[in-house]
Design a protein around this ligand. Structure first.
Ligand SMILES: Nc1ncnc2c1ncn2[C@@H]1O[C@H](COP(=O)(O)OP(=O)(O)OP(=O)(O)O)[C@@H](O)[C@H]1O
Ligand SMILES: [Mg+2]
Length: 218
């Protein structure tokens, strides 16, 4: 089982949206068995599952270390292919050891960020904590990206340097179609064959490839 976390210190950067879209993509297109752990009391992913019980992946509220470790072991024993953990920015102040634990068990820590200086500076402490704890990969995943905006294009290398991290190639654009994810009953990731579908497909494929690299633990 591979563990992917969608984390970061900045509220509203898209951690829960990425978790849901990735869980959808890996189950639908890659036929994987996926569990999604929601580590936030806000329960964005949990509400998405409650609104859409037919979502093809399990969602569980996991708010502390013992619950995380016990359920992680259970998923491993039940042969899940992927465990996705939706992070909680408030843990940085409330329970940093929970962030460390998530980082430790993750094969891939995705730090979700907007390419804007204010958002990037907010990530520094969180990223330092994750870097110290993890044995897996850490990558930046840019969300709300607008490719025609100079500030965004420049924000990517600036962010990589500021945080000392590489980015994954796929960037998630700012799109109206993503705005309802988790809040409407009609969801979720079946966008047909438009640009949104293509970037979510690219995200799933790139992440699978990263996790298949030999230097990542099995
Ligand atoms: N690429 C995007 N384009 C447009 N809207 C987006 C995009 N990504 C996320 N959103 C919207 O932005 C809002 C915040 O996203 P989300 O809840 O995923 O962020 P979060 O990082 O999990 O927030 P929190 O820190 O509160 O947990 C949601 O309304 C979501 O639908
Ligand atoms: Mg969230």
């Amino acid at each position: 089982m591979k563990v992917i976390s969608s984390v970061g210190a900045k509220g509203g950067s898209g951690k829960s949206s990425v978790s849901l879209l990735l869980a959808w993509e890996l189950t639908q297109k890659h036929k994987a068995k996926v569990a999604l752990f929601d580590s936030d009391v806000q329960g964005t992913c949990l509400s998405a599952k409650n609104l859409n019980p037919s979502l093809p992946f399990d969602v569980l509220s996991v708010l502390d270390k013992p619950t995380l470790l016990a359920n992680g072991k259970r998923c491993e024993a039940e042969n899940f292919d992927y465990l996705i953990i939706d992070g909680n920015p408030r843990s940085l102040h409330e329970d940093p050891s929970f962030i460390e634990c998530i980082a430790k068990i993750s094969d891939l820590n995705l730090v979700i960020s907007r390419p804007s200086p204010r958002d990037l500076r907010a990530q520094i402490k969180y990223v330092d904590l994750v870097k110290r704890a993890t044995k897996g990969h850490i990558r930046l995943l840019w969300n709300f990206y607008q490719k025609n905006t100079g500030a965004h294009r420049e924000g990517v290398p600036e962010g990589e340097e500021l945080l000392g991290l590489k980015s994954i190639q796929t960037k998630i654009g700012l799109r109206i179609i993503y705005q309802d994810i988790g809040y409407s009953e009609s969801f979720i990731g079946d966008f047909g064959n438009n640009e949104a579908a293509q970037e979510i497909r690219a995200l799933g494929t790139e992440i699978q490839e990263l996790l298949n690299e030999k230097n990542i633990r099995s």
